[in-house]
Write a protein that binds this ligand. Structure first.
Ligand code: NAD
Length: 357
């Protein structure tokens, strides 16, 4: 049966960048890819139309499809809505309803854009690493948490959080990471702080045990402080990294910046069955919305990730990534990666990718 995608363009530049990803999807359909799709309202635009950022119809479409492709949501107009009605709440609800616990943040740098990085081009040209961040557990959700007053210390206030992981939470993110490593270079580095934290000791033990089931994957462990250093010293040493929510939050943003441009970076959040929501790392860019100048490549590369990781279709994913590379070879650049030179419109870049396919 044909796989089905729910497409959520969202707000701001969302509709503009998604239109280009849809062109690419339709070009693949025309050459035989057996995939259907539907578009649904989500975010502030959905609120304008229906009074809800995540209308029931959209939620059902997301529950019933095989994968979701999201543009971006949010914007200053919607920041004035009551907190519970804001687009970000809709996104959190979607993530928790679908139990998307495994966040994939690739940091890849097309050699043509090596000058955009803050690191020396030879350190980052051709960079292709994947960071898996556990997304629904750890210190961001652990209990107890709060700010309290210590009477014994003259009513001094103190704040506290709990970093907690169960064996089952570690096991499922470890399986997710080993599976991704099997689809890539078969090297996995698990990042923790096992020299100081008991929760990391358990993390390391469980990841090691899961690794026995993946004998082809070379597993290593690294302390998070060293991992931060290594990411800016020699990032190309890594293939796949897996880590907890807090460490992954920090490391994935640092790795993203190795690539120079936010308009180039896709991401994914997967559940235990490999169903996922795919989206560019950037937001709705209200400052450039409606001008037709946004970079659509992060969204087009998110479609490539969707095909690779939810539909196991490496060949279509490769085709898209190679087409993007060809477009960069041709010198076509949106304003964010043009370094002050001539720039092409959102639609022109989408058309060029379709042509290169
Ligand atoms: P942003 O990523 O939207 O924009 C940051 C800067 O990068 C802006 O100057 C923007 O013009 C530029 N930029 C972003 N994407 C680009 C692209 N594809 N091409 C060219 N330039 C691009 O971050 P922000 O300004 O902090 O947030 C704007 C809105 O997006 C906020 O409402 C925020 O809550 C929301 N947001 C949504 C998501 C999401 O949908 N998952 C993620 C982050 C932020």
């Amino acid at each position: 049966m044909a796989k089905h995608i729910t497409i959520l363009p969202g707000d701001g530049i969302g509709a503009e960048i998604m239109a280009e990803a849809v062109k690419v999807l339709e070009a693949l359909q025309a050459s035989g890819l057996d995939i259907t799709y539907e578009q649904q309202h989500f975010g502030g635009t959905a609120h304008d139309l229906t009074g809800s950022c995540l209308p029931e119809e959209t939620l059902q479409a997301c529950l019933n499809c095989d994968a979701i492709l999201l543009g971006a949501i949010g914007g200053p107009v919607y920041d004035k809505l009551p907190r519970d009605e804001r687009p970000e709440r809709g996104l959190l609800k979607l993530r928790s309803t679908l139990e998307l616990f495994s966040n994939l943040r690739p940091a890849m740098l097309f050699p043509q854009l090596a000058d955009a990085s803050s690191l020396k081009p030879e350190l980052v040209a051709g960079l292709d690493l994947m960071i898996l961040r556990e997304l629904t557990g750890g210190i961001y959700f652990g209990e107890p948490r709060g700010i309290a007053t210590d009477e014994a210390k003259g009513n001094e206030r103190y704040g506290f959080n709990t970093m907690v992981y169960s064996e089952s939470e570690i096991t499922r993110i470890a399986h997710s990471a080993f599976r991704i490593a099997m689809q890539r270079g078969k090297r996995l580095c698990s990042v923790d702080k096992a020299n100081v934290l008991e929760v990391s000791e358990l993390w390391r033990e469980v990841v090691t045990a899961v690794g026995v089931e993946y004998p082809e994957v070379e597993l290593s462990h690294m302390y998070v402080d060293n991992a931060a250093m290594q990411l800016v010293r020699a990032p190309k040493q890594f293939d796949v990294m897996v880590t907890s929510n807090l460490f992954g939050d920090v490391l994935s943003d640092a790795a993203a910046m190795l690539t120079g441009s936010i308009g180039m970076l896709p991401s994914a959040s997967l559940n235990i069955d490999g169903k996922g929501m795919y989206e560019p790392v950037h937001g709705s860019a209200p400052d450039i919305a409606g001008q037709g100048i946004a970079n659509p490549l992060a969204t087009i590369l998110s479609l490539a990730m969707l095909l690779r990781y939810s539909f196991d279709d490496a060949s279509s994913a490769d085709r898209i990534e190679q087409a993007v590379s060809k477009v960069l070879d041709q010198g076509l650049r949106s304003a964010d990666i043009a370094a002050g030179g001539a720039s092409a419109s959102t639609a022109a870049i989408g058309d060029a990718v379709v042509q290169a396919l």
